[in-house]
Write a protein that binds this ligand. Structure first.
Ligand code: HSE
Length: 314
């Protein structure tokens, strides 16, 4: 297929525990591949391969919306064709729409001269995600584009920084077959929080930031506590408390909800233990009649990237 480029964008955990709407990280081995080529004008989606149905109308898909935002910033009148191969289940809490948005923004910028900074691409992708999800937050789009862990200080104007990576961190992801809509998971959150809870979450978020900056696994492990969001959202994930208890019993150093769920993630720095933890979590969901998918992975330091440069054979 001549003229096609292939872009990969990773799955993301955003937010991470106490860092609601602020902390996010990219994970290895899972993500979307978007093929892109130039066309004279307009954006078309020629193909979507996805385990769950997704809109191929370019005005409703985050990949095309993000690409359109990039073309607009560039003042470009040209267009592009896209083929989207989803490696991520939609609505899982793994940043599926953000991965497509990041790949779409990256591809459009690449095809039209690479004039935009990564921060501008994050804005284009975040706006695209907001058009589809209704919420404007960059804790998935930022790590998807930058790789590693990121911190969003502010969305308007966008102020995002890449923090770093914890190399020893092993992440056990388990996605139960439960539907949790981000919109619903946000609607149930408290409007105010007690001062003691605010202080606890602020302290843990600050320590997680330090952990990524210092590449310090044990600091991360002892800071993965969220006393504000998790207790409320856990109610949307049947079996959450038991899965967490059994993950900890199997040797995990912590477990939290990935984004707004339903995916949960447990952490360890022991690759041998990771499989046992994964098994316990899956078995616990199973015992409650809930099937799940699971992965053992680590952090993706690179973020969105080109897989092959031009004229890529399919
Ligand atoms: N930070 C958002 C939330 C991410 O937790 O609601 C949603 O994927």
């Amino acid at each position: 297929m001549s003229g096609w480029f292939r872009v990969f964008s990773p799955a993301t955990i955003g937010n991470i525990g106490p860092g609601f709407d602020v902390l996010g990280m990219a994970v290895k081995g899972l993500g979307d591949v978007v093929w892109a080529r130039r066309r004279r004008r307009g954006i078309r989606i020629l193909e979507i391969r996805s385990p769950t149905p997704l809109p191929s109308d370019p005005s409703r898909n985050t990949a095309s919306l993000a690409a359109a935002n990039v073309l607009k910033i560039l003042g470009e009148t040209g267009g592009l064709d896209l083929r989207i191969h989803k490696g991520l289940p939609a609505g899982s809490g793994l940043g599926s729409s953000a991965a497509s948005a990041a790949a779409g923004a990256f591809a459009a910028n690449w095809l039209y001269g690479r004039h935009l900074s990564t921060e501008q691409l994050i804005l284009a992708a975040t706006q695209a995600e907001a058009e589809v999800s209704g919420g404007f937050f960059a804790d998935n789009t930022a790590p998807a584009l930058l790789g590693g862990a990121t911190l969003t200080r502010c969305c308007v104007p966008l102020d995002v920084t890449r923090i770093g990576i914890v190399r020893r961190l092993r992440i056990v992801l388990v996605t139960p077959s439960i539907t949790v809509l981000t919109r619903d998971a946000r609607r149930i959150l408290p409007a105010t929080v007690p001062m003691s809870a605010f202080v606890a979450n602020m302290a843990n978020t600050a320590l997680i930031t330090a952990a990524f900056a210092k590449n310090d696994y044990s600091l991360f492990a002892r800071s993965l506590h969220d006393v504000v969001i998790e207790p409320v959202r856990a109610r949307l994930i049947k079996g959450f408390d038991q899965v967490k208890q059994n993950a900890l019993k199997a040797g995990a150093d912590g477990m939290a909800i990935s984004g707004s769920g339903p995916t949960v993630f447990a952490i360890t720095d022991n690759p041998g233990k990771a499989r046992a933890i994964e098994q316990q979590m899956v078995l616990t969901f199973n015992a409650m009649g809930i099937a799940s998918r699971s992965w053992v992975t680590s952090m993706d330091p690179h973020g969105t990237r080109m897989l092959e440069d031009g004229h890529a054979g399919k």
